[in-house]
Ligand binder design. Structure first.
Ligand code: MTE
Ligand code: MO
Length: 412
């Protein structure tokens, strides 16, 4: 595994820098949209034990309710771009693999420090991509919460990433200027030559004859990314593209009719029984010193309002706008005697599993499109979409749009 072992004649600073530049732009977007997701998903209300108020949550802000498609966009981008970057990440790692076997492993304290940062960089990248992929593919195999692992991991990774960019940006710019992309894309296999020897030792000291051109390598990686894009993006774009989202585990064809849109967890999968949501179902609304108990008929007699809003899941999939109707959360806050409530804790009748309660902030309560929905697309809510009543709030991550609601506790 010494330097002479790695004989690909296309390995070199230019190729590494091309992949590096794509990752520099792409990873930055994935990181920023990830931070946004954390702000959106984390209502800072203590309904969540992750480090919302800790050091790493320093930037948190009130996630807005405008535009209603905001989370569809940011989270669709986060997940889709993350998937699309996988071939680029693998190619980048391949292009620098001789460095992993540098010999002797440590030559100076400075170099030891750099290698340690590379361990965090490569380890962090692999950790973030693997945990993200496992989560969107619904393999919940995490020791603890995916959410805090992925969040802490992101900060470790991004710190090493920033250090790496700072150290390498000069080398990268020089390498990119050393060959013109146009010329490389015109160079076929027969004319492919190794790059001149570089101080970092990426270029093989004993290059073999080429079996692929640089153009071929870049094209292969690009085609891989494009394929992943086509097989993924439909879960967030919707329309006809939904049928090409073969890598998306949520039903590509959610059926037709008023309830024909994606379901996250079905009622039976989380143990909701017929009695839970039958005639005996009541909504409890608590305020400062009040507690009301409402039947579904009573809710239907309150002023009904409509809103066209999507469901956008943290896992990246989303629905087109659905036409919801029900009671405004703001009206329920009034009923509870807390028209200026700072937040509301929403509990479902679900007894076990995650996501059975959520907290919403004041801006979310007061948006006139925020509903306790009773109907969707002109029909009763289906059991799987949260009958008898569910929360729907514009731009809210799906996970906070609680289904099978049993109680609303408004707090000053
Ligand atoms: N009670 C309860 N509400 C819930 C969930 C849940 O598991 N239990 N899942 C949430 C998640 S993660 C999403 S994405 C949305 C999905 O809503 P849908 O199944 O109607 O599309 O419901 C949310 N509401
Ligand atoms: Mo979700």
């Amino acid at each position: 595994m010494r330097r002479e072992f790695w004989r690909s004649p296309i390995r070199g600073p230019w190729l590494t820098s091309v992949f590096g530049l794509v990752l520099l732009a792409g990873v930055t977007v994935v990181f920023v949209t990830g931070l946004l997701s954390y702000a959106a998903y984390n209502p800072d209300l203590g309904n969540d034990t992750t480090p919302d108020k800790g050091l790493l949550g320093f930037y948190l802000f009130d996630w807005p309710t405008h535009p209603a498609w905001l989370y569809r966009l940011t989270q669709g981008l986060h997940v889709t771009l993350g998937v699309v970057l996988i071939p680029v990440l693998l190619a980048k790692l391949w292009s620098v693999i001789p460095k992993l076997f540098d010999w002797p492993p440590v030559r100076s304290p400075a170099q030891a420090l750099e290698r340690l940062s590379l361990l965090l960089l490569v380890g962090g990248a692999i950790f973030e991509f693997v945990t993200g992929l496992l989560n969107i593919q619904l393999f919940y195999v995490f020791p603890g919460s995916f959410y805090s692992l992925h969040f802490y991991g992101a900060w470790v990774f991004i710190a090493a990433f920033a250090a790496h960019v700072a150290l390498k940006i000069g080398t990268m710019t020089r390498a990119l200027r050393s060959r013109r992309l146009r010329d490389e894309l015109r160079t076929d296999l027969a004319h492919t030559r190794p790059e001149p020897a570089d101080p970092d030792g990426l270029v093989s000291p004993a290059p073999a004859a080429p079996t692929i051109s640089r153009r071929g390598a870049v094209g292969l990686v690009g085609a891989g990314s494009l394929l992943l894009l086509v097989l993924t993006v439909g879960q967030s774009l919707g329309g006809w593209a939904r049928y090409t989202a073969l890598l998306a585990p949520r039903n590509r064809n959610p059926g037709s009719g008023p309830d024909g849109f994606q379901i996250n967890k079905t009622a039976s999968s989380v143990g909701i029984t017929a009695t839970d949501v039958g005639d005996a179902w009541r909504l409890i609304v608590r305020g400062g010193d009040r507690e009301l108990t409402l039947t579904r008929e009573q809710l239907l007699q309150l002023p009904q309002h409509a809103a066209a809003l999507p469901i956008a899941c943290v896992e990246g999939w989303s629905t087109e706008d659905q036409h919801w109707s029900g009671v405004r959360l703001a009206d329920l806050a009034d009923l509870a005697g807390l028209p200026a409530a700072a937040n509301v804790l929403v509990d479902s009748v679900q007894r076990t599993g995650s996501f059975r309660s959520a907290a919403l902030r004041d801006n979310q309560i007061r948006d006139p499109r925020s509903l306790l929905a009773l109907r969707v697309n002109g029909a009763e809510l289906s059991l799987d979409h949260g009958y008898p009543a569910r929360v729907i709030v514009p731009a809210n991550p799906g996970v906070n749009n609680t289904k099978w609601v049993g109680a609303l506790t408004f707090r000053a």
